[in-house]
Design a protein. Structure first.
Ligand code: AMP
Ligand code: MG
Length: 417
């Protein structure tokens, strides 16, 4: 049996970041930059007011206070979006709104609250020919300097950055209308099995619903890929061959099958994959999820996940998600983890890497507490549904006792309130 690490390292050698495509900032959320982004201009592009107030010359109002108001002539009103065609000369002020470019001659802004405008809105305000200044801010106060956020020519976001809302805003702020990102991988999803029925089909005796294709498609989307649904292939050579060829024709970057890679009589996925491509079949030293296939059909990598629903999802998490993230341009794929106090006993009798499903919550003292989610069979999908984390038990660790501090890989990091 090969280890999880060996299998993953082997698989990831076949993946690299996909080519660049250009998308609008509206389409760029959660994508990965494929090039450095250099700012063609400064942000802000001009010195501007950080407050609603009066643009003045600091030297004119030195010593101003409520007891010693200094009167200035108001020579203009300036709104955001407009350049002033008047300068601030000695003894003058321009009434200025937040974001308006600082007029020539001015070096400081006095907030309305520190002028006569605060004292009597009616007596002063827009159109008033003079204003009294009631404080003496330092030169440059309430002025935002050109380039204080971004300097022209600066790399604002390096290649490899994940684009969250702040990065999307940053891209827009420098006028990046075509954002270079790695193309999203297209992932073909095929379920196999004579026993499977789609979610909306009548359920004949002896049949079960196919859940893997739905869970896998959702996991592809969550990882940042685009699922291509190929439905169910029956356990016969013709149907399986046809559906696998359909996936190739669909131009998938990765093909994911579920079931049929074990040692049963009708596990013919192995035969078909061997005939159509060059495949490895492994027993990976993990529980759940021992059987796994990986190989190439033509140039397309194919990952054959086990059929049991919990095995399928944990194998996807362990092997398919890193492959998808790699194609998206990500170089790290370990989930965040917490150290939690284990509430109940966790056992590992199989000598394999055991993925125990746990729910992590914080107690009143603010400590993370991990509780196993019950029956841990590979067909018990509810055990994963109740979980938000995985406790990985290495092959040589036989048990964790209640009260032990353990590392939990967080699958979800939900809001606490
Ligand atoms: P197999 O690897 O084909 O022997 O399948 C292992 C187990 O997974 C069997 O109990 C199958 O019925 C079940 N299984 C296979 N495919 C699916 C699927 N798409 N959805 C839910 N269960 C499945
Ligand atoms: Mg089967």
């Amino acid at each position: 049996m090969i280890s999880v690490e060996e299998a993953r390292a082997y698989i990831l050698r076949y993946f690299k970041p996909l080519e660049t495509e250009y998308v609008s900032p509206d389409e760029a959320l959660d994508r990965i930059l494929s090039e450095d982004i250099v700012a063609p201009l400064a942000v802000p592009p001009h010195d501007n007011s950080a407050m609603d107030g009066y643009a003045v010359r600091a030297q004119d109002i030195a010593g101003a206070s409520a007891q010693n108001p200094i009167r200035l002539n108001v020579v203009a009103d300036l709104a955001a979006g407009y350049m002033s065609d008047v300068a601030v000369t000695t003894g003058a002020a321009i009434r200025i709104m937040t974001g308006a470019p600082l007029p020539p001659g001015a070096d400081t802004v006095v907030r309305f609250e520190e002028t006569s405008e605060a004292v009597s809105q009616k007596a002063t305000g827009k159109g008033n020919p003079f204003v009294e200044i009631l404080s003496a801010p330092k030169r440059g106060d309430n002025v935002r300097r050109a380039g204080e956020d971004v300097r022209a020519g600066e790399i604002i976001l390096p290649k490899g950055s994940k684009l969250r809302p702040p990065e999307i805003g940053l891209l827009a702020s420098v006028g990046c209308a075509r954002v270079p990102v790695h193309r999203q991988p297209r992932v073909a999803i095929l379920a196999t099995g004579d026993e499977l029925a789609e979610v909306d089909e009548p359920l004949a005796p002896g049949k079960i619903r196919s859940s893997n294709e739905y869970a896998n498609a959702a996991a592809v989307i969550k990882a940042g890929g685009i699922p291509i649904r190929l439905g169910i292939a029956r356990d016969n050579l013709e149907d399986l061959t046809r559906k696998i060829r359909a996936g190739i024709d669909a131009g998938a970057d990765l093909f994911i099958t579920s079931a049929g890679v074990s040692v049963g009589d009708y596990d013919i996925v192995k035969d078909v994959l061997n005939r159509e491509g060059a495949m490895h079949f492994w027993q990976v030293n993990m529980k759940p999820g021992k059987p796994l296939a990986f190989g190439l059909i033509g140039a397309m990598p194919l990952l054959g996940l086990p059929g049991n629903p919990v095995s399928a999802i944990i194998s996807f998490e362990t092997f398919a998600r890193p492959a998808i993230l790699t194609m998206l341009g990500r170089t790290k794929f370990a989930r965040p983890y917490v150290t939690a106090m284990l509430q109940d006993r966790a056992e590992n009798n199989a000598g394999r890497r055991n993925y125990i499903r746990v729910h992590v919550a914080r107690n009143d003292a603010g400590e993370y507490i991990a509780t196993t989610t019950g029956e841990q069979g590979s067909g018990i999908l509810t055990s994963l549904s109740r979980a938000n984390g995985l406790l990985e038990m290495p092959p040589d660790v036989l048990a964790y006792k209640p009260g032990e501090r353990v590392k939990i890989t967080m699958l979800d990091y939900p809001e606490e309130n």
